[in-house]
Design a protein around this ligand. Sequence first.
Ligand code: MGD
Ligand code: MGD
Ligand code: SF4
Ligand code: MO
Length: 739
Amino acid sequence: MADRTHVRTCPLCEATCGLELDVVGEKVRRIRGDRADVFSAGYLCPKGTTLGRLHEDPDRLRSPLVKRDGAFVEVSWDVAFEAVAAGLGGVIERHGRQAVAAYLGNPNVHNLAGSFYLKLFLKALGTTNIYSASTVDQMPKHVSCGLMFGDPLLIPVPDLDRTDYLLMLGADPHESNGSLATAPDWPGRMQGIRDRGGKVVVVDPRRSKSAKAADEHLFITPGTDAALLVGMVAARFEMGTVATPDLVDPEAVERLSRAAAAYPPERVAGWCGIEAATIRRLAAELTASPTGVVYGRMGTHTTVYGTLASWLADVLNVLTGNLDRPGGAMFPEPAVGTPRAAPGGRGFTMGRYASRVSGRPEVRGELPVVALPEEIESPGEGQVRALVVVAGNPARSTPDSGRLEAALTDLEFMVSVDPYLNETAQHADVVLPPPSVLERSHYDIAFGSLMVRNTANYSSETFAKPDGHPDEWEILMKLAAIAAGSDAEPASMDEALAASMLERATANPASPAHGVDRAAAWTLLAGRSGPERLLDIRLRAGVYGDGFGANPEGLSLELLELNPHGIDLGPLQPRLPRALQTEDGRIHLAPEVMVDDLARLDQLAVADPDQMLLIGRRHIRSNNSWMHNIEVLVKGRDRCTLQMHSSDADALGVADGQAVEVRSAAGMVSVPVEVTDDIMAGVVSLPHGWGHDARGSRLRVAATRPGVNANLLTDGAASDPVSGNARLNGVPVTVSAGV
Ligand SMILES: Nc1nc2c(c(=O)[nH]1)N[C@H]1C(S)=C(S)[C@@H](COP(=O)(O)OP(=O)(O)OC[C@H]3O[C@@H](n4cnc5c(=O)[nH]c(N)nc54)[C@H](O)[C@@H]3O)O[C@H]1N2
Ligand SMILES: Nc1nc2c(c(=O)[nH]1)N[C@H]1C(S)=C(S)[C@@H](COP(=O)(O)OP(=O)(O)OC[C@H]3O[C@@H](n4cnc5c(=O)[nH]c(N)nc54)[C@H](O)[C@@H]3O)O[C@H]1N2
Ligand code: SF4
Ligand SMILES: [Mo]
């Protein structure tokens, strides 16, 4: 029997499943899907059941570590922060602020500290050397949406529960549970489309689990989604008049039509490996379907044409009348967001500055992570000499990570904020672990803008954090104070942040909190501090908010606390034109940068057909580089294998399970082959996040099945020039039988 059952949202991936934890004393006995969760209705994946194991993992760090004479020792928090002050302060003093870089990893978007406090910390650092996992992931989507809609965070999602036609490229939600489209139970929702009589088409160089669950699967040559999509755009124009919304400039439609005409299906078919007739049929099906949506993800974005492909997917959504309509590509209305009264805003700018060594343009205040190694290696004014990593493992997750890792050993100072001594943190001088996943509260700020149904859900902490252990937001504020050279305490910094947030909220004419008396509002927040107070302000001032009493039925943190299974805010509603943030308040269908970039596709004509192309893949029991220390998730057969088509294996003379050597411009790995006909001939697939063979890390379970690091093969030289995003898919490699 459990002492109590605690309900909380799983913070591990974008699906935001509700979980029910049976707790006995200080231990989690069992975790099930929360059937009463308004969004996930009981769905969960194997990872969600392991939060108790993550919490109890003996390798999870409970105290800060400081490196002394090459070995880590446990120290008190005061001593750890003193070491940061000396190390970071020293670098700033000797070399200036620009010599400090920060790398922000993926879990930052899955916790309240990252959502609310990172910005202040980065500002305190005062450097433009900011890098994140975004440029090995979704930066192309931010750029194309910034250009089209004026706001890089205004990203349309497939209205999965109402669409009649889903064309999905480069995504495998049956393994990943989805990305840039938050939907617990993607598999069930995809099946729902088919059950309603709709159609699901998956485009992927692998017959993935998701492809097998679709009506139709099409193989595509890695890295060529943009070619397929422009062929579809051309085909759509050939079909006759396009009825675009009034928000689109007819001249832009004309310009786009002329540009796309250079890439008819017949021309791109050879590039992408999909027949011209099929390309035309896809365009016709999408157009004829009552509703439909094109959705592309990792495989589509992390190539050298990532932004082009991301843009073209939404171009198709516009041209087929599916943007912003039920069943099409829609913009969620988050409970924590900025209410808008009228269309039009500041628009989107990028390239406000560039990286020092190779001049790669800034996007959203960050530089492409492919530039990080050279920024550390190359001497001169502004050379990176210190690095702060928050919730990241760039030594495994970013391209040419062998080179990056060598560069890390060259830094004068490095600090990692991480619950594990991972392959990156082993190079740090100080490691600062946040409390465990169950020792803190949760609310998905980032994914509210990506949910296929509007919901709001707050989770309290399951266990109190140990005495004296700072919360992650306090760690970040402490680092911010150190960086700023101030002796301010986290609590006072938090107070100032809350006050300015309240001021902004009450000044927004579109907010229900507009004009409310700030002193009165402040009294309603009494008793709250930290992320909870900030969350309460944002909820109350959000579109569904109670406006600090002005709209008593509206949302507040208290209301969410009373509803631990979440509050359903209904299906997605059309949000245009109000949500548009372009200067003129219109949709920019054919931004010049994008139209001009089409010409780059011509390079596909000279691709070497004999070169094997490497792609990645995900597995449901894995989560980037950091869940491999949980025994129940890694046991069983080796998952870090090189998938290869049987015809290629035969040609090479290798058998299933045999080790092969894979070489690229960046490096070499030796890995066992998995022979399968679920992958295209000429393509090989290796998952990322493995390579747990580092001597200095402390991941004892992971080390027993280390696998190899796929990013020893990806190289930083090839990236998407528009967004700076790394190429992780479609990497030319040669494979040879191992010795
Ligand atoms: N070849 C190849 N490379 C890839 C990809 C690919 O498909 N192929 N995918 C890319 C993608 S999409 C991503 S998002 C990146 C991910 O890359 P990263 O974000 O750099 O790495 P992760 O493996 O997610 O590691 C996250 C780290 O955060 C820690 N952590 C977990 N929770 C918390 C927390 O609450 N607070 C703090 N401070 N730390 C926490 C974990 O212990 C772990 O060490 O990898 C990218 N790399
Ligand atoms: N189990 C698990 N879940 C995860 C993660 C994880 O590591 N493990 N990571 C999380 C993160 S950070 C993210 S960003 C999401 C990503 O979630 P998804 O976007 O669904 O990513 P993947 O599962 O890697 O699927 C990418 C697919 O693209 C295919 N592909 C490769 N190259 C190409 C190409 O050129 N064109 C096309 N059309 N397809 C291509 C691959 O074969 C693969 O099936 O998953 C999240 N969820
Ligand atoms: S799909 Fe799995 S990892 Fe993702 S939120 Fe749900 S339970 Fe957690
Ligand atoms: Mo990601």
